[in-house]
Design a protein around this ligand. Structure first.
Ligand SMILES: [Zn+2]
Length: 533
């Protein structure tokens, strides 16, 4: 509302220790001007100021997803959805491809996602010929829900260089019929061959993707994100275009810059972490240290369960990675790294320690993306001493607990995403979804931080559970701290941006397990209602 917005009769959980709870809030000129009683907020009543009675619903600072991939979310949302819910049989699936083809210029790729041959009525993959008939003038690639298998049409195979004479690539399979012709089904490395043939998205396409991502995030009460890595100038350009055009489809974005691809170019101009404004800001220089638990590539101190020789991977030579971090630190950047396994967390802390010894700097807030598998509680003391900010994937246990258990054994989950231990050691840990790896929904992350339960209800070390208020702090104020923006956002406090989320009910009336079901009724950004649109 240009005039302003007043929300009364709510149960505000502010994430501000000065006034943790309140019943009303007033926003003017995009900034919070009052938090307190209904009378305090209504004092700002004036013509053109909208007043909404919340009838006891919970009000929070809008969420800040401290590690996610909005561009990837938006690009995936732009693909044709052929998941079992939308396309229960092959006829429906082909109909959706045909509809998209009707509005797609000839020659442009049509990408679809989410089919599952075992859940289609026919219990098979769509054939290359069927996809040809649905889109005769476009390459088509549809990816199975698992992301490891796809089905392509003839034109897509041709552009990927896959013919009957192409041998299976190492680590992949090109399915063939009885005559030896490719059926269109490509697995693993063969799917990668097809993916590589898809042209990189243009700036226009990236811009559309960012608007779609903002819409999705707003519907879940999120107005701030940290984009976990730009690596192409086109991506920077798209973010800047969206920033300039304004309007409601914006997210306040903190941009991690992939060190290998872009750091030197930025640094040549003198730009570094913090440049920008409350809508778009340069974030940390990022590097990848290791892989994932699912792929058994996260770097561990001890081998994976049942694989005595496998402790995971380093993405590059460890000394080289440390050198890169020291360089970014010396240039004045906030640094960060993808570090999931305990050994890569050790290496990153070594790098930060050496960097700080070489070039003492205060208030660096060097980050640890994921920081998942601390296995030795002494590591918490090191994180605290170095002033680092872990950014755990706070929905990971919900999605992956059984996989972790099978890959590492139960004992190594003791300090996985250890929110309680972080708090006890005075460490500010910022919650994140890592979407599209997990759902964008912060309420699912909050439930997981509170219950430590997976999708099947199985619990992992409830010693690390935290309260609703602590989980909200991790998803709001801690994210603002991780981007050096705690003075402008992250809590419902006078003088901060008017970004507010109203849940669908009073959260204290529902069990932690049911919190995701209450959903988000209202998302406000700079005093404007951005959800519902
Ligand atoms: Zn990520």
């Amino acid at each position: 509302m240009p005039g302003g917005l007043i929300l009364t009769g709510g149960r505000l959980i502010t994430a501000d220790p000065e006034l943790p709870e309140a019943e009303a809030i007033a926003i003017r000129g995009g900034i919070i001007v009052a938090v307190g009683s209904n009378a305090d907020a209504l004092a700002f009543r004036a013509p053109g100021v909208e007043v909404i009675d919340l009838k006891g619903r919970t009000v929070l600072p809008a969420f800040n997803d401290a590690h996610c991939h909005p561009m990837a979310i938006g690009l995936a949302a732009g693909q044709v959805d052929v998941s079992p819910y939308e396309a229960p049989d092959i006829g429906t699936l082909l109909g959706r491809i045909r509809d998209r083809a009707a509005s797609t210029p000839p020659g442009r790729w049509i990408l679809a996602r989410g089919y599952d041959d075992t859940r289609l009525a026919e219990r098979r993959h769509p054939s290359r010929e069927e996809l040809d008939r649905a889109a005769p003038h476009n390459p088509v690639l549809i990816t199975r829900a698992c992301l490891h298998v796809g089905a392509a049409n003839t034109q897509a195979l041709r552009e990927a260089g896959i013919t009957r004479d192409t041998p299976d690539p190492p680590g992949g399979t090109i399915d063939r019929d009885s005559r030896g012709e490719p059926t269109g089904v490509v697995r693993e490395a063969a799917l990668e061959m097809a993916r590589r043939a898809v042209p990189k998205p243009t700036v226009d396409e990236l811009e559309d993707a960012l608007r779609r991502a903002a819409e999705i995030y707003h519907s879940h009460g999120v107005t701030s994100v940290a984009e976990a890595g730009v690596r192409r100038p086109e991506e920077m350009e798209a973010y800047q275009r969206v920033r300039e055009s304004g309007g409601p489809l914006l997210l306040r974005t903190y941009l991690m810059v992939i060190l290998d691809e872009m750091l030197e170019e930025f640094s040549g101009t003198g730009l570094r972490t913090g440049f920008g404004d409350d809508l778009l800001r340069l974030g940390p220089a990022k590097i990848f240290l290791d892989g994932s638990i699912g792929g058994h590539t996260a770097r561990m101190r001890e081998p994976y369960a049942g694989e005595p020789g496998n402790r995971g991977l380093w993405m590059q030579d460890p000394e080289e990675m440390k050198r890169k971090i020291r360089r970014a630190h010396a240039l004045g950047w906030q640094c960060t790294a993808h570090a999931i396994g305990d050994a890569s967390i050790d290496l990153l802390l070594d790098a930060y320690e050496e960097a700080l010894a070489e070039n003492p700097r205060r208030n660096t807030r060097h980050r640890i993306e994921h920081c998942e598998f601390v296995t030795d509680p002494q590591v918490f003391d090191r994180i605290a001493r170095l002033g680092c900010v872990p950014v755990p994937g706070t929905t990971f246990l919900h999605d992956f607990r059984p996989l972790y258990d099978a890959s590492l054994g139960r004992d190594r989950l003791r300090y996985a995403n250890a929110m309680r231990s972080f708090i006890e050691h005075g460490i500010v840990a910022a919650a994140s979804s890592d979407a599209p790896v997990c759902s964008v929904d912060p309420l699912l992350g909050i439930r997981t931080m509170m219950t430590r339960r997976d999708f099947a209800g199985e619990e992992a070390f409830p010693e690390e559970s935290i309260s609703f208020e602590e989980a909200v702090y991790a998803y709001t104020a801690a994210g603002a701290y991780a981007s050096f923006e705690e003075h402008i956002k992250g809590s419902l406090s006078p003088g901060k941006v008017g970004d507010v989320t109203v849940l669908g009910a009073d959260v204290r009336q529902v069990k932690p397990e049911e919190i995701p079901e209450i959903g988000v009724d209202l998302t406000v950004m700079a005093g404007e209602v951005v959800h519902p649109a």
